[in-house]
Ligand binder design. Structure first.
Ligand SMILES: Cc1cc2nc3c(=O)[nH]c(=O)nc-3n(C[C@H](O)[C@H](O)[C@H](O)COP(=O)(O)O)c2cc1C
Length: 212
């Protein structure tokens, strides 16, 4: 009888330990899950080593350091056609008739908690690649969800030019169900590709990524 009681107490203690362990593990997992964000960076310069792309890479490095999940998409490497305005997607539950890389990008977009939109200034607007991306979100435009948003913009001239060029990005982001613009990185007076390499804005991009 004494021996039985001894086994019971020990087994009981073991069970409590195991249950405690399971609770602690799921608690830690939950903490990690809420901490880790899905970050989608849309880089739209046609220059593969351009200023805005370099800033995207720094932002990515900073965010990765903190443990977030990153996906950096360079639109120039993707096959993305222009929106045809056929409106088929408005009648078939949001399926675009164009079969190209935008399907996968929209899947990534839906999953993203954080969206980074990067573009050079072209004639007081965004790049053609960025505008094409924005238009192709049309199949899901009524269901764009909540996103934390960051802008990365490079321009040959000064900050006033950038401020005059934000209409396309703001107009897109304002269609989200909920959003917060959390940061803006402006690389001004950078005409040639790669100039940002020697500028403080590079570090600024890294720090912003780290602070997500
Ligand atoms: C077609 C074209 C149009 C441009 N228009 C402007 C402009 O309106 N204002 C400006 O400040 N810079 C303008 N630029 C300069 C770019 O914004 C600048 O070179 C920028 O650094 C490019 O970014 P990236 O290196 O990320 O490609 C233009 C460049 C090109 C090729």
């Amino acid at each position: 009888m004494g021996l039985l009681l001894f086994y019971f107490i020990n087994l009981h203690g073991l069970n409590i330990k195991i249950i405690n362990n399971i609770i602690m593990r799921s608690y830690n997992l939950k903490e990690k899950e809420t901490y880790m964000k899905n970050i989608l960076i849309i880089s739209s310069s046609p220059r593969k080593t351009g200023n805005s792309q370099m800033l995207c890479e720094q932002f990515k490095a900073g965010a990765e350091f903190t443990g977030h999940k990153l996906n950096l998409i360079q639109l120039v490497e993707k096959k993305i056609g222009f929106c045809r305005a056929c409106d088929v997607c408005m009648q078939n539950g949001g399926i675009c008739i164009l079969k190209d890389d935008m399907y996968e990008i929209l899947e990534q977009f839906k999953k993203a908690d954080v969206l980074v939109l990067a573009t050079p200034v072209y004639f007081y607007g965004v790049s053609a690649q960025m505008k094409t991306f924005i238009d192709r979100t049309y199949p899901i435009w009524q269901n764009l969800g909540y996103k934390e948003v960051y802008y990365i913009i490079s321009a040959g001239l000064g900050e006033d030019i950038i401020n005059r060029s934000l209409g396309d990005l703001d107009g897109f982001v304002e269609h989200f169900q909920r959003y917060e613009i959390r940061g803006r990185i402006y690389a001004t007076n950078v005409m040639e590709a790669g100039i940002v390499r020697s500028l403080p804005v590079l570090q600024e991009a890294y720090q912003m990524g780290k602070s997500v």
